[in-house]
Design a protein around this ligand. Sequence first.
Ligand SMILES: Nc1ncnc2c1ncn2[C@@H]1O[C@H](COP(=O)(O)OS(=O)(=O)O)[C@@H](OP(=O)(O)O)[C@H]1O
Length: 392
Amino acid sequence: MKPGMQTNLKVEMSLLLLRNFITSAQVAKYPNFFFEILRSRRHNPPPVVFLKTHKTGSSTVQNLLFRMGEKHGATFAFPSYSYQFSYPDKFEADFVDELPEGSSQFDILCSHMRLNMEELKKVMPPNTIYITILRDPVQTFESVFSYYTFSIPAFSLAKKAAETMENRSALSVFLGTPESFWDPKSPENGLGRNPMSFDFGLDLQHGNMAWSANLTALVETFHLIMIGEHFDESLVLLRALLKLELEELAYVHFNTRSAHSITSLDETTKARIRTWNDLEMELYDFSLKLFQKKVEEYGAERLNRDVDLLRASSSRIRQKCVAGKNVSPEELEESVRPWQPDSATILGYSVQGNLTKEEQGFCMRLVLPELQYHAHLYFKQYGRAMRPVPTE
Ligand SMILES: Nc1ncnc2c1ncn2[C@@H]1O[C@H](COP(=O)(O)OS(=O)(=O)O)[C@@H](OP(=O)(O)O)[C@H]1O
């Protein structure tokens, strides 16, 4: 689990904050050449909330928003403590750090939270654009299980049980009898079932008759729900919404796992994941239909053309910036090494060596993992390091 989610990670968190403070100084020494050019050409995008759902490709979108915000001198609504808004508690306006001196409003909020739309609206201006991303629930759940095996109690129990059995993965043991590992009252189990719906703040009680109505109303309050399986198409729609330049959509895939951390899924396992995450299927299917409607409105042919342009531009920028493919953490400097859970290996990127200092500023930000970039922007905005979650 990422730091900040659980109190027993607080010591680790303090060390990490210290390290990221150093990272921040490293990043700050590179001027942001491309950003300066673009800044002079462009008007500011509207305020944005990005509901950062877990294991959906959300860090890739967040990195893009971080770069966009930094370029435009946006004011970020950051959590008062750590990288997340008191997750897994439902979002409250009080979780947001103070408005920095000289700012009249918050422009971007994109740190992990459990959604509470009413409270969010207290923090953000009325013309805010609300976006999020969803991914196929089967792939999402497999990724959540792998990343959070040791921090979601229901998954850890299944892992322990699997150690006593031959040739059984923890995932298959869990899915065999999920209810036997599952305590619905434990908030730490929140992401262990219907994780995207949990992030949406939906009431996950089965038999809750208001589920569909709540879901429909909530989904329709978003200006765009991106779809992981149509990532580039989603970015084109995002570009139209936020009036972004093509170059601003360049990205690398964040938080990809090494091959040995991925469990391949047979049809029985996929069916079991769908059954366990049944509410999630409804959320995804409904959102996918809305997405397809937006594609039609945009024009399918026009979208395909723009996706081609985006891919060409993104690939050109990646070639310029990134040294080869994504690699395992031991090959990376600390400043660009992603957070590693105990249960999976998360890959990352190094920046090319033959760049000018200005280009390095741009390229470094393109590959900067969530925790490092979050700490850097926080430091830039407040002139102090991020605070760890207080101990009771
Ligand atoms: N552009 C793009 N398109 C499709 N998929 C992508 C993309 N970027 C990241 N990913 C995959 O998303 C998974 C990581 O999701 P998150 O960044 O949301 O994780 S986290 O909750 O912030 O830890 C992780 O999936 P898994 O490898 O299955 O775990 C990434 O590989």
